[in-house]
Write a protein that binds this ligand. Structure first.
Ligand code: KIV
Ligand code: NA
Length: 263
């Protein structure tokens, strides 16, 4: 296997080969996922919920993210490693750079930041300084209190237009990829077609350039609410490795996400 790079992701998009991503928080799962050919590992701030038991991602600190990113980096060989910039650590473009640089020193190869067009200046500041950025739009969990819950976004005409404008602004600022969370499948398709960079969807329909799931969700071990877009890939599998391979296969052959997983 070859190391996954940003140009490789762009080539996959161009060739119509779906990109696979899973969240990962430790070295052992990183090694397993890498062996199964997962293209990208995301050290998500969802670790605050699935690992630490918080009810949102807000309590997660930069130190938490650095610790888990370094752990995942030790287990990974070829997957592109992305780390979340946590809540409260990117209030200005300068603090965003310091936070992102700490994650890159820990082994991240790209950082993910939640926010729309207002974040474009920060994305440009990072990209110009050697930090590839994945822009996360749609349902942005760090904004749960402003959104009034973990709710589908972009359902109105106005919301859909705003999301597409955000995506374009972030791409123009230099975002390497755009992650779309919990938006109608039609909007996921339109946004993907509008952009030149790859999109990664979670609850954003089958037409994104790739898909991501939280590992605890796709292994059926998260005790919380099961979102509509989640599929338990342990069903019919005898091992975790089998489930991860089934996820990779399902994304690659377009069978996941199915209609039942879409808004
Ligand atoms: O933290 C996370 O797991 C994420 C994914 C849901 C995209 O940001
Ligand atoms: Na996240």
């Amino acid at each position: 296997a070859k190391a996954v790079t940003i140009p490789a992701l762009h080539a996959m998009r161009a060739a119509g080969n779906k990109i696979t991503m899973l969240t990962c928080y430790d070295a052992s799962f990183a090694s397993l996922m890498d062996r199964c050919g997962v293209d990208m590992l995301l050290v998500g701030d969802s670790l605050g919920m699935v690992c630490a038991g918080h009810s949102s991602t807000l309590p997660v600190t930069l130190a938490d993210m650095v610790y888990h990113t370094a752990s995942v980096a030790r287990g990974n060989k070829n997957a592109l490693l992305v780390a979340d910039v946590p809540f409260g650590s990117y209030a200005t473009k300068e603090t965003a750079f310091e936070s992102a640089a700490a994650l890159m020193r820990a082994g991240a190869q790209m950082v993910k930041i939640e926010g729309g067009a207002w974040l474009a200046e920060t994305v440009a500041f990072l990209a110009e300084r050697g930090i590839p950025v994945c822009a996360h739009i749609g349902l942005t969990p760090q904004f749960v209190h402003q959104l009034g819950g973990f709710k589908v976004q972009g359902k109105t005409q106005e919301g859909a237009e705003r999301l597409k404008n955000d995506a374009l602004a972030l791409q123009a600022a230099g975002a390497a990829i755009v992650l779309l969370e919990a938006v109608p499948a039609q909007l996921g398709k339109e946004t993907t077609e509008l952009l030149a960079v790859p999109t990664i969807g979670i609850g954003a329909g089958p037409d994104c350039s790739g898909q991501v799931l939280v590992m605890h969700d796709m292994l059926g071990v998260f005790p919380g609410h099961k979102a509509k877009f989640v599929k338990n890939f342990m069903e019919g599998q005898a091992s975790i490795e089998g489930a991860v391979r089934a996820y990779v296969g399902g994304v690659k052959d377009g069978s996941f996400p199915a209609q039942e997983h879409c808004f």
